[in-house]
Write a protein that binds this ligand. Structure first.
Ligand SMILES: C[S@@+](CC[C@H](N)C(=O)[O-])C[C@H]1O[C@@H](n2cnc3c(N)ncnc32)[C@H](O)[C@@H]1O
Length: 343
């Protein structure tokens, strides 16, 4: 938790100070027990004095069978420090406070600093809630160094041009819990009309679109999404600018449709790469690059735009029964792996 004034101002502007509650860490981490045995865990956006990530791994060090735990504290513009808990560092056959070592850093604990990158490179698994405003950069660095990770982000990150291709290519995926999450925020954060509360002098803000991103293999990723609806041409609209059908709810993905389906981005929470293949996403240039509206001429695009001001090349749309042009919410394009012989 950064304490100096300059950082506070920067953080207010970027609103990066959202501290993860122990209950949310426990709820997610309980699914990953086997992953941590004999591993070095690095929490690289965590003030070990206050971070519940540090606390969680410290308390569960023995239970998880960790080899080492490291956390680095970020300061705006002054040298910081790292804290390490090393398996029986002092050789007394116990794991306790005596095994914790505090070492000053030369740099400020920025996860991008050479010093922190070196620590990251020496670690096996990176676990934290990184600054929301630096999410793209953060993930890019983890992948560049081929690290295993489990980190918190926003579901909106799924649609980012830097992140979506990684999900599509199965370089990362969503963890167990998606949706609402409440965070502790610093005292200087302003109260909000909604998704805000105060209790015992502590301020909390919640968001409805939080999820975990990981590249650790988890059981959930191999579980099939159970589907009950059969395809019927009268129930699903065909897009006019892409060869595929529109599906408004993940639960309504037809179990027997072999073509491409546009589904809400919350699908990512249910994605099993053995069941479905991700073909692309709609929206903007990215949509066009995956073929949405790619075959429309300039004239056709301007006609559609005149008809509906929300029309954009790359954005999925269809005509309803009345022949009216309808724009879709953001859609991920998927296709069943195992073809059904029903249609
Ligand atoms: C979303 S908060 C989460 C804090 C903590 N990981 C937790 O879950 O409670 C992100 C933290 O990253 C810190 N931070 C901001 N920029 C950073 C950077 N470049 N390198 C490392 N940490 C940074 C912020 O000060 C903030 O405390």
């Amino acid at each position: 938790m950064a304490k100096n004034g300059a950082l506070n101002k920067a953080s207010i502007a970027k609103e990066d100070e959202f501290y993860t509650k122990m209950s949310d860490i426990e709820k997610e981490l309980k699914h990953y027990k086997g992953h941590f045995r004999d591993k070095v865990v690095f929490c690289n956006c965590d003030d070990p004095e206050t971070s519940n990530f540090w606390k969680y791994f410290e308390l569960n060090f023995e239970f998880l069978g960790l080899k080492k735990l490291i956390a680095t504290h970020y300061e705006d513009s002054k040298p910081s420090y790292k804290l390490e808990l090393v398996r029986d560092e002092n050789g007394d056959c116990r794991i306790d406070n005596q095994d914790i070592v505090k070492t000053p850093l030369v740099q400020n604990g920025d996860f991008r600093s050479p010093e922190c990158i070196e620590i990251m490179d020496s670690a096996d698994i990176i676990v934290t809630n990184p600054p929301f405003s630096l999410f793209r950069e953060y993930i890019a660095l983890l992948l560049e160094y081929q690290k295993s990770f489990l980190v918190i982000g926003s579901q909106n990150n799924v649609t980012y041009r830097e992140i979506f291709p990684l999900l599509k290519d199965n370089k990362l995926w969503l963890g167990y819990h998606s949706g609402d999450m409440e965070f502790v925020v610093p005292d200087y954060y302003k109260p909000r009309a909604t998704r805000y509360r105060e209790e015992n002098g502590i301020k909390y803000r919640s968001m409805g679109n939080i999820c975990w991103f990981t590249n650790l293999d988890i059981e959930k990723r191999h579980e099939n999404l159970i589907l009950y609806k059969a395809y019927s041409g009268s129930e699903y609209y065909e897009y006019i600018n892409y060869n595929g059908i529109n599906v408004n709810k993940v639960a309504e993905i037809p179990c027997d449709y072999n073509g491409v389906m546009g589904v809400p981005i919350t699908f990512m929470d249910k994605y099993n790469p053995e069941q479905f293949e991700i073909m692309g996403i709609d929206g903007g240039d990215m949509g066009v690059s995956y073929g949405v509206g790619a075959e429309l001429s300039k004239e056709e695009c301007s006609e559609l735009f005149n008809e509906h001001k929300g029309f954009r090349r790359g954005k999925l749309c269809y005509r309803n029964e009345a022949g009216e042009l309808q724009m879709c919410y953001r859609r991920i394009l998927i296709r069943r792996r195992e073809q059904s012989h029903g249609n």
